[in-house]
Design a binder for this molecule. Structure first.
Ligand code: SF4
Ligand code: SF4
Length: 428
């Protein structure tokens, strides 16, 4: 039995459940939240502001969407989701200017907001300062309230275990919609107790939000690039409501996850694209396992959004309490090496059990890079080179069309909306 370093007490999974106590072995203790260097976070935010990969990697996004649309069933499901989701995004945007409908009492309303959020179905809720350092350049001044209510909504267990699958894709997008509707309700509640509330739809996120969620104590960043929460690991969808309400901030917590991921490594070993880093690096002032985006997107595009790093995480499957208890007792990672945790099927490629990974053809990872305009210009240069320097009218016309598309999308805020938040959220 390993020596226990400290205990973390968190609310139960359901509103009516008793609180849970997580015992963190001493050897897994690091720091509350994420190890970070504030001066570096400041410097990068100032000198190299963040931008959404929906803009900076738009060429590969369009390429991936075209590939995904070849799957007839998913194409229809996605169309339906986009239609329903767009209404929710627009409704959320309107909350930015909504006035309170009630009078404030002057008392701290943190607990009232948290109780309401839990009643509305959120699994985890915490409050912290809205940190502009993790904001996309294109989302500057998008939200003006000083406090961030960080909300995690659990995605259903059963369909998630079938990842990658159509069922998992359906539950993935429906969870985003369900939590958005709950967020609008939470916003109305905050208005009714006398304060402003800007509901930010997860597809319209202002930046990579995970550092704020960690700061608010909801969980810690996993090696897979997702937030890991105690009850559902990475099986959550995240969104934020900013407010001017009178609130108290929560504190970051050391759940032992930062160190546990280095022992576990299941998602790293199981990733079909070999897109997850074994070791942590310092990136923009934070210590984390960085995702190789160029190795992830081609897999996501071809295999139903992939998500194997979610499915194979023991904290997602068994919860943090059971995972930590097992580790403290045995020194082993719960479920590691079992088909139940590690096995998955890729459509058209077959089943891969523990220790087995698919092999892809040469060219599998080739995809366009950069913004639409970067890619269009690179393409133009390649064509001109292949034609021995001769530039045809068709080549110029193609370049003009792509440039026009790029300019149109750059100024169309709705076209910048994310359909791939997980990668974006990881982009710290
Ligand atoms: S989504 Fe798939 S390819 Fe991307 S990091 Fe996760 S397991 Fe790897
Ligand atoms: S699978 Fe293991 S290494 Fe990956 S995020 Fe989950 S706990 Fe961390």
């Amino acid at each position: 039995m390993l020596k226990i370093g400290h205990e973390v007490v968190r609310p139960g999974k359901k509103l009516e459940d008793a609180s849970v106590t997580i015992q963190v072995p001493e050897e897994l203790e690091t720091v509350p939240g994420i190890p970070l260097n504030d001066r570096e976070v400041d410097w990068y935010a100032r000198e190299y502001p963040l931008e959404s990969i929906n803009y900076t990697e738009r060429a590969s996004r369009d390429w991936a969407n075209a590939l995904r649309d070849q799957h007839a069933e998913m194409r229809e499901i996605r169309k339906e989701h986009d239609k329903l989701n767009r209404g929710l995004i627009m409704a959320a945007r309107q909350t930015a200017d909504m006035e309170p409908t009630g009078e404030p009492t002057g008392e701290d309303v943190s607990q009232a907001i948290k109780d309401k959020a839990r009643e509305l179905g959120y699994l985890e809720v915490g409050i912290t300062a809205y940190d502009h350092r993790y904001e996309f350049q294109s989302k500057r001044d998008f939200t003006k309230h000083p406090h961030a209510i960080c909300l995690a909504y659990e995605q259903d267990f059963e369909p998630t275990q079938t990842i990658p699958s159509v069922d998992a894709e359906i539950v993935h997008s429906s969870t985003y919609r369900t939590q958005a509707a709950a967020g609008l309700e939470l916003g109305r509640f905050i208005n009714s107790i006398g304060y402003r509330a800007h509901v930010i739809h997860s597809s319209d996120a202002t930046g990579p939000v995970i550092p704020m969620f960690v700061e608010a104590g909801l969980g810690q960043l996993g090696a897979c690039g997702y937030l890991l929460t105690p009850h559902a690991g990475n099986r959550n969808r995240l969104m934020m409501v900013t407010t001017d309400a009178q609130v108290t901030y929560d504190k970051p917590i050391d759940y032992g996850i930062h160190a546990f991921c280095q022992v576990c490594q299941v998602c790293v070993n199981r990733c079909p694209g070999r897109a997850l880093m074994r070791d942590k690096i310092w990136w923009r002032g934070l210590e984390k396992n960085k995702l190789y985006f160029k190795r992830c997107r081609p897999v996501m595009a071809r295999y139903l959004g992939c998500g194997i790093c979610m499915k194979t995480c023991p904290i997602q499957k068994y919860g943090l309490q059971a995972t930590m208890d097992h580790y403290a007792e045995t020194g082993q990672v719960l479920g590691k090496g079992t088909h139940d945790l590690e096995g998955y099927t890729l459509e058209g490629k077959g089943y891969f059990g523990p220790g087995e990974l698919p092999v892809f053809d040469r060219g599998f990872f080739d995809m366009p890079h950069g913004t639409i305009e970067d890619h269009a210009f690179e393409n133009f240069k390649d064509q001109a080179k292949a034609a021995g320097g001769q530039i045809s009218d068709d080549m110029i016309q193609e370049l003009k069309t792509e440039m026009g598309r790029a300019m149109g999308q750059q100024y169309d805020a709705v076209a910048m909306i994310s359909d791939n938040l997980d990668i974006d959220a990881d982009y710290i």
